[in-house]
Design a protein around this ligand. Structure first.
Ligand code: PXG
Length: 461
């Protein structure tokens, strides 16, 4: 592996602490500890500056679907840079990578999606969604339909609109969010919020919260409902089987747009090109990013259904766009990435091969004394850590156990993320059977280590 690790770890840590502010981080405590320095990546493996190999169970940040270090992307990017590295798509202009990527997206998306608006990230995509759904209704002569209904503990990005649509309380607390016109309803998280209800009843109840919110706000004021098919950053929350069909019924009956945030679930993660296809729903808009380029370069977009596009055609100018909308080099990376996903049949692989293989082994971790529930769809999974099963009661300490488990996992050579006391997994779609076995071996050791430490501290039971 060609790794550029020119200086000792301490050098990078010192400069990082002096000059770099990290996202979603407590800078003071991070600097005291020192950041982990990642210097290389190949397939599902990362290498850090100390020479450790770590299995990337999070595919970067839910994005490196084709795995690290693919030469095809590097070549496509180099080729595009040597032709035209930047030009915009404003002012009656286009370029081949934008056109080719848009056409390729129309090919892989469900039949009623034939158009895309390009952005630079998932957050920008959701800012675009907010303006697009309001513009849609204004064009139809219903400018009062402004409110977007979203869900608590959803993640839709970190820009002002993205964080407002999202339902993360710690984010809302900083910077005076959410902005007006966003209404949050319950999330379909049975494990934490289901109480005495069965998962099926709870799924129906959570979906019907949408109906009740529409009635309370007034259907003439509601523009759209936005939701991730499976909540990612919220903790890989797989809704009960009753949830999405009921949401579909409500959206069919009511005059509101349905937005499926496909930033994580899109591009094969759930064994379909788009997560909404897994749940059998037909959204009107689909914000995308992450797996669109497998994170090789930043690019996002909003897939626009024929129904919405027909109205936007009547809007006149849509006064919205980014310098880097359809950046040619990012488009070239995305095209090469989508061709790999398509030609190597990675979506089918997740549906029929590696998905079922890893799911079976992951769900078996549910037998561990520390695990209250193991769940996985496609290659997106979670483990709920609890002190005393079968009770769904949580540990005290608001996520401390999750962090303990995450630290053991890193030390053992596997990136798992902790969301509160849920352990999260979302590996690259190219993970082999042997690598999946290795992942399960490390995850099991990590649970054992965490369990032993909690017992030592007297926290189990
Ligand atoms: N929608 C969803 C569903 C996401 O998961 C975004 C939008 C925003 O995308 P950008 O490209 O603007 O980051 C995301 C991003 C985490 C974590 O801690 C998750 C995301 C971003 C940062 C951290 O799991 N998802």
């Amino acid at each position: 592996m060609n790794v550029s690790n020119k200086y000792p770890t301490a050098h990078y840590r010192a400069l990082d602490a002096a000059h770099h502010l990290h996202p979603f981080s407590d800078t003071k405590s991070l600097n005291a500890e020192g950041a982990r320095v990642i210097v290389g990546g190949q397939g599902v493996w990362l290498t850090d500056s100390e020479g450790n190999r770590i299995l990337d169970g999070m595919a970067g940040l839910w994005c490196v679907n084709i795995g690290h270090g693919r030469r095809e992307i590097a070549e496509a990017v180099q080729q595009q840079m040597s032709e035209i590295s930047y030009y915009n798509t404003f002012f009656k202009t286009t370029h081949p990578p934008a056109v080719d990527l848009a056409a390729l997206l129309a090919e892989v998306a469900p039949p009623h999606f034939n158009r895309v608006f390009f952005t630079g990230s998932g957050s920008e995509s959701n800012d675009t969604v907010l303006r697009m759904v309001r513009t849609y209704w204004a064009t139809l002569g219903k400018p009062d339909k402004q409110v977007v209904i979203a869900r608590r503990n959803a993640y839709h990005g970190s820009t002002v609109a993205g964080a407002s649509l999202g339902g993360m309380t710690p984010m809302h607390k900083q910077g005076g969010l959410p902005i007006p016109g966003i209404h949050h309803i319950a999330q379909p998280y049975w494990f934490d919020d289901g109480g005495e209800m069965s998962p099926e009843d709870f799924g129906l109840w959570a979906a019907q919260e949408l109906e009740r919110a529409i009635d309370a706000i007034g259907e003439d004021k509601v523009a759209a409902f936005i939701a991730e098919p499976i909540q990612g950053a919220g903790g890989v929350i797989i809704p009960p089987a009753t949830y999405w069909p009921e949401i579909k019924r409500i959206c069919d009956e009511r005059e509101i747009l349905l937005v499926a945030d496909e930033v994580i679930c899109g591009f094969g993660r759930l064994g379909r090109w788009f997560g909404s296809e897994y749940f059998g729903v037909e959204p009107d808009l689909m914000p995308i990013a992450k797996g669109l380029s497998s994170g090789y370069l930043p690019i996002g977009g909003v897939m626009v259904s024929d129904k919405v596009a027909a109205v936007l055609m009547e809007t006149g100018d849509f006064n919205h766009g980014f310098t880097y909308s359809a950046h040619p080099v990012a488009c070239a990376a995305a095209i090469a990435n989508l061709k790999i996903i398509r030609d190597e049949k990675l979506v089918e692989r997740v549906a029929n091969d590696i998905g079922p293989y890893l799911q079976k082994r992951w769900l078996a971790l549910g037998d561990h004394p520390l695990v209250g529930e193991a769940r996985m769809v496609g290659l997106m999974g979670a483990l709920e850590l609890v002190p005393a099963k079968p009770s769904r009661r949580r540990f005290e300490g608001d996520g401390k156990v999750g962090l303990l488990c995450r630290d053991f996992s890193f030390r053992n050579g596997l990136v798992m993320r902790a969301v509160r006391d849920s352990m999260i997994l979302s590996p690259p779609l190219v993970i082999s059977h042997d690598e999946a076995d290795e992942l399960i071996r490390i995850a099991t050791k990590t649970l054992d280590d965490t369990h032993a430490e909690l017992k030592r501290q007297g926290l189990m039971g």
